[in-house]
Design a protein around this ligand. Structure first.
Ligand SMILES: C[S@@+](CC[C@H](N)C(=O)[O-])C[C@H]1O[C@@H](n2cnc3c(N)ncnc32)[C@H](O)[C@@H]1O
Length: 258
């Protein structure tokens, strides 16, 4: 692994890789979508912001040569541990998706689960798309999913700490863990700035970590993609393949080299 220095408000959040997996289990429709897309494309697969390998390990299990790039050493270590446990080979690399050069091309590149939204500057998003383009083999596809910003939900981010019942989980070491989040929306930056609190009965606030997520609005998305030398071929609104619309939860984007 090469080392990389990143000034990220979300780094501390991802230094708790095992807790991350406990907090966000499931996600089968997304795994199925990416695995089916990789199968349809065939060949080599690259995931940027691969985390603990939630999508990439199942894809590698299907026989694709896979590379996973992430800046968090803790997420990568957990990914490696899980892949070893399942006897699956994946090349895990520490790196920054804003600019990377792996010296080879891939048939399928993807960025899942809002990972792209850790890039807040428009220049960083374009630079990421340019790096992706350099890594696309002829006929390759690039797919990413980001949420569809809801003005109503963004406006509800008032800085008040609230419990998210749906994220509570059982930690074998600590028992029941509750998750509280306080968020404000910075409209100028288009970034939701949150502070996440994880508490166990005997250990309140054992994690306090910032997490900052950009919104990409529907009209700017194709422009950013095209500035990166890519073409948005299709945009779905959910995992079933419903067309993107104002009220769909996702922007699930299928891109090619322009
Ligand atoms: C929401 S998690 C998603 C993980 C995984 N893709 C999944 O679907 O479960 C976001 C991941 O993006 C990574 N990340 C954030 N900024 C990054 C950057 N600039 N370069 C590479 N990875 C980054 C984080 O370390 C984290 O593992």
């Amino acid at each position: 692994m090469t080392s990389v220095e990143i000034n990220s408000m979300s780094e501390a959040f991802y230094s708790h890789a095992r807790l991350y997996d406990l907090m966000f289990p499931g996600g089968e429709p997304a795994v199925d979508f990416y695995r089916t897309s990789a199968d349809r494309q065939g060949g080599r697969v690259l995931e940027l912001g691969c985390g603990t390998g939630h999508k990439l390990i199942p894809i590698a299990s299907a026989g694709h040569p896979c590379v996973g790039l992430d800046f968090s050493p803790d997420m990568l270590a957990e990914a490696q541990r899980k892949a070893n446990e399942r006897g699956v080979a994946v090349e895990w690399m520490q790196g920054d998706m804003r600019a990377f050069d792996l010296g080879r091309t891939f048939d399928f590149v993807f960025i899942a689960a809002n990972s792209l939204l850790h890039l807040h500057e428009a220049e960083d998003l374009v630079s990421c798309f340019r790096s992706v383009r350099q890594h696309l083999a002829p006929g390759a596809r690039f797919v990413f999913d980001v949420f569809n910003p809801s003005v109503r939900l963004l406006a509800e981010a008032d800085g008040v700490r609230r419990t998210r019942e749906s994220l509570a989980f059982m930690d074998p070491d600590r028992g029941n863990v509750s998750v509280d989040v306080a968020e404000i929306y910075d409209a100028h930056a288009q970034v939701t700035r949150g502070t996440w609190h994880l508490s166990a009965e005997s250990d309140p606030d054992f994690v306090i970590a910032p997490l900052e997520i950009r919104s990409i609005f529907p009209q700017e998305l194709p422009l950013l993609v095209s500035l990166g030398g890519l073409r948005l071929v299709e945009r779905f609104g959910d995992w079933s393949g419903r067309p993107f619309a104002g009220d769909t939860p996702l922007q699930l984007c299928i891109c090619e080299s322009a």
